[in-house]
Design a binder for this molecule. Sequence first.
Ligand code: NAP
Length: 291
Amino acid sequence: MKILDGKKTSNDIKNEIAIEVAEILKKGGRPPHLAAILVGEDGASLTYVNSKVKACQRIGFESTLIRLSKDISEDELLEEIDKLNNDPDLDGFIIQLPLPSHFNENKILNAVDPNKDVDGFHPSNVGKMVLNQPTFLPATPMGIMELLKRYQIETSGKHCVVIGRSHIVGSPISILMARNTNPGNATVTLTHSRTKNLKELTLQADIIVVALGKAEFLTGDMVKEGVVVIDVGITRVADQSKKSGFKLYGDVHFDELAEKASYITPVPGGVGPMTIASLLMNTLQSYKTRN
Ligand code: NAP
């Protein structure tokens, strides 16, 4: 079994981007600029958004974190989005999800200028992804594709089973894996909570992408020898022996799968860091298009 090391790969990508940024600055250009809006006080969201800001600082991007009270109205949030849409020195921005429940998430995401939508969630960018046109790909699926590419995992003609059909992970990765690209060209089965006999499907899979948010859901008896396993899940479980007070679990029973898989992503250190790397790649792409 080999580890698909998302931490190392994302560091490689960050180093590559940092070199490009240094070149831009040497020529007198402004640095690429990414902003993030965080509404409310959710601990996990704050951790994610802080690691995005930290990554920007490390590679020489300018970054702006906009923290808003969970009690602001939808109109106030839309005004904030409008300001960012019209800021000429901003290349891209994200709205950290989930939003508090009184917001209409679709309405908020649709208000983002598609040319600054570096999370790739705007319907116009999703449409372009489906049509295989150049666009910002959603960060987590894009990170998975980049990891498969850099480890030269063969996907063409393989059977890929995706568990979970969310708009941010399961659905887009199923589209990307089925596209006529490399990586891609897989035969994809997209599964969800209504899928019957999931184990029959996972036992046939050459590649499994697991994104349902249930700790250690995929067990050793559900997969065949040599399978490639991409574990997207992140579940925090209270653990007083940890400094943070919790331990992170993936959707995969790592020890059981490690015995059968040819490649596997760890949690943490797999898909998570690749998500951040993709966001940075999208921001750099936006910067280049705008300049
Ligand atoms: P989500 O929106 O909660 O969707 C979960 C999906 O799993 C749904 O489609 C659901 O089916 C399906 N599901 C639930 N129980 C199932 C079962 N028993 N069998 C098959 N499918 C089942 O989740 P998400 O936003 O995609 O996130 C999934 C996990 O990935 C979470 O742990 C999240 O924290 C993590 N995540 C990690 C990253 C990263 O960068 N590493 C990024 C995003 C998310 P229905 O549609 O039928 O309800």
